[in-house]
Design a protein around this ligand. Structure first.
Ligand code: SAM
Length: 274
């Protein structure tokens, strides 16, 4: 039975309040199918039973599970290629030159999902910037979903996942076989710290960032939230730092205090006034 308009509105308002994810009309099928899966995991049968349950005892744990179930965690290694080329060819060489006195770099991946993005970045650094081995390089990766963060921390990926975007040479070098899965080797895993963080909550431990990657998450938010997040990114990004968005995202027409820096086949953003 399809989800009722009242239940859809209830879930929609709750998800928006807790995560800013906008579930526009037309997404009823998505809510229905994700919540049916969650209901079954929790020993219930249908999505409306689950909604009934959360209405009856508005327990935070259940609310969180529903919000988490409504996140889309699609990702892959070296996703879209061009941003990683930009990091290798322009962003990292520029920052390495600018930070030569401090020998430190701080990178934040907001909305990192199951970890392919920060691990790609860690591999890129190890492969192409051996001099950084003696620097203090912090890669902080955050997401709202505890489930994806738990997976990311293990660094364990299926054959299908490593087949998506990861060059064979890097698989052999940075992963080890564990049963039928592949696991990121400990030295690379240790380069990334995973933490829970809601982009509409408080931003702690991500200030003074040299690079902020926040790819393929703003698309889920409406313009008011996008404005708020882009302003916050300006606050945590160093004046000469770089901000990277997903290929369908831009600061254009949302926040005019950024300048677009075209790099190869992609663009990065920097706070204006550099
Ligand atoms: C499509 S994935 C993007 C993963 C990766 N950045 C990439 O581009 O491949 C979007 C991620 O945003 C996270 N997300 C959604 N709303 C969020 C919020 N309010 N705060 C933090 N993360 C959020 C989801 O849990 C999901 O893992």
């Amino acid at each position: 039975m399809p989800i009722s308009p009242t239940d859809f509105d209830f879930v929609r308002a709750m998800v928006r309040k807790e995560s800013a994810i906008a579930l526009d009309p037309g997404k009823e099928y998505l809510v229905e199918s994700r919540l049916t899966t969650l209901a079954r995991q929790l020993g219930l049968v249908t999505a409306d039973q689950l909604i009934e349950e959360v209405r009856r005892k508005p327990d935070n744990g259940l609310r969180y599970k529903i919000v988490e179930a409504m996140t889309t965690n699609e990702t892959s290694f070296f996703r879209d290629v061009a941003p990683f080329d930009a990091l290798r060819e322009h962003v990292l060489p520029d920052l390495i030159a600018r930070r030569a006195a401090q020998n430190s770099l701080r990178i934040w991946c907001g909305a990192a999902s199951t970890g392919q993005e920060p691990y790609s970045l860690a591999m890129l650094i190890r492969e192409h910037f051996p001099a950084l081995a003696s620097w203090r390089v912090e890669i902080v990766a955050t997401d709202i979903s505890r489930e994806v963060l738990d997976r990311a921390r293990t660094g364990r990926y299926s054959q299908l996942e490593v087949n998506r975007g990861l060059p064979a040479s890097m698989l052999v070098k940075y992963f080890e076989k564990e049963g039928i899965a592949w696991r990121v080797k400990a030295p690379l895993r240790d380069m990334v710290t995973f933490r829970e963080m809601n982009l509409i909550g408080s931003w702690t431990g991500v200030d003074n960032a040299d690079i902020v990657m926040m790819r393929n998450v703003l698309i889920y938010f409406d313009v008011t939230i996008k404005k708020q997040i882009l302003a916050n990114v300006r606050r945590v990004l160093r004046a000469d730092g770089y901000f990277m968005l997903g290929s369908a995202e831009s600061t254009m027409n949302i926040d005019d205090k950024y300048t677009r820096v075209p790099v190869g086949r992609t663009s990065c953003y920097q706070p204006l006034g550099l």
